[in-house]
Ligand binder design. Structure first.
Ligand code: MTE
Length: 305
């Protein structure tokens, strides 16, 4: 029976949004367990049910936690794992404000408590041409947005990373305009695939992966997945984003994975899955097109890259 098979759902099993949503409600009601004892410990096990996931083999945890981009801790792939230990991920608050009736500041543990956490095994395609398969644990961003009661002026969502140069050595240099910023259109932000991740491989997020809270949008290039978020604002105008500010010709607002639109300095047609030797073809929307292509109907994706 479909619903009992839910833990092994692949992308191909999901034929339309409505079906997916109904399944999720059933799965959540039957098996959602929330969080056990995250507070105070970065290594606490999380309790979760399985949400929409790829059946592809996950990238080894060692690679997911040692090959990172987190420029606040340095520009080399091994810098974040080496330097991010300095980040104090507790206490931590997230301000959710802007065009909404009920703006609020959430303590991270209160925010997570009572949420039905799900494991979502997603592909992640970095704009640099490599990819991983990562078992995240988190909750849909749409639940958090609904909690603050958005008004009709909430057309976009703006995200900000912590600004704390004393713990983030990269912020003492002008690699990017700090704090790191990202943004989504409201329909992207409230799409069921869009996840606020608080863990990976069943444990709380390691600092180098964006503790205690980061965004995951699996159909977009990895840099949209802003880490260590302190503020989420509902806004009327398209917000500025860190990489677009830094190189507007190279990094657009949408940044949907698109093998047909090359980066000005390299092809996006193929990717190297970390741990594999041969390059594989990159899929439009990173293989999530059947879920998200409708969001961009009628848009020129060459112009809106
Ligand atoms: N978020 C912040 N705050 N700073 C960053 O430098 N790098 C981005 C994104 N989020 C980045 C960030 C990039 S380029 C990628 S590919 C992903 O994080 C990498 O996530 P991972 O290290 O967990 O694989």
């Amino acid at each position: 029976m479909l619903i009992r098979n839910a833990p092994d759902l692949t992308d191909n099993d999901v034929t339309d949004h409505g079906l997916y949503l109904r399944r999720r409600q059933v799965i959540g009601g039957a098996a959602g367990l929330g969080l056990a004892g995250l507070a105070g410990s970065a290594s606490a096990r999380l309790t979760y049910s399985r949400g929409l996931s790829t059946s592809e083999k996950a990238t080894p945890k060692k690679d997911v936690t040692s090959y990172n981009n987190f420029y606040e801790f340095g520009a080399n792939k091994d810098d974040p794992a080496r330097n991010a230990g300095a980040l104090k991920a507790r206490p931590w608050t997230v301000r959710v404000d802007g065009a909404c009736e009920a703006p609020a500041t959430f303590g991270i543990d209160d925010l997570i408590k009572g949420k039905k956490l799900e494991e979502r095994i997603y592909r992640m395609r970095c704009v640099e041409g490599w990819s991983m398969v990562i078992p995240w644990v988190g909750f849909p961003l749409k639940d958090l947005i609904a909690a603050v009661k958005p008004t009709s002026k909430a057309r976009f969502v703006a995200f900000q990373t912590l600004m704390r140069p004393s713990e983030m050595p990269g912020q003492r240099r002008n690699i990017l305009q700090w704090p790191y910023r990202e943004g989504l259109r409201i329909d992207e932000a409230t799409h069921p695939l869009t996840l606020m991740a608080v863990g990976l491989y069943g444990d709380a997020l390691p600092n180098q992966n964006g503790a205690p809270l980061r965004l995951v949008t699996p159909w977009k290039y990895g840099f949209k997945g802003i880490k260590s978020i302190v503020r989420i604002s509902l806004v009327e105008k398209m917000p500025a984003t860190a990489w677009n500010l830094s190189a507007p010709r190279e990094y657009g607002f949408y940044s949907n994975v698109n093998p047909a639109v090359d980066h000005p300095r390299w092809s996006q047609a193929t990717e190297r899955r970390i741990g594999e030797f041969r390059r594989r073809e990159t899929l439009p929307f990173n293989g999530y097109g059947q879920h998200v292509a409708d969001l961009y109907r009628g848009m020129d994706l060459r112009k809106n890259f």
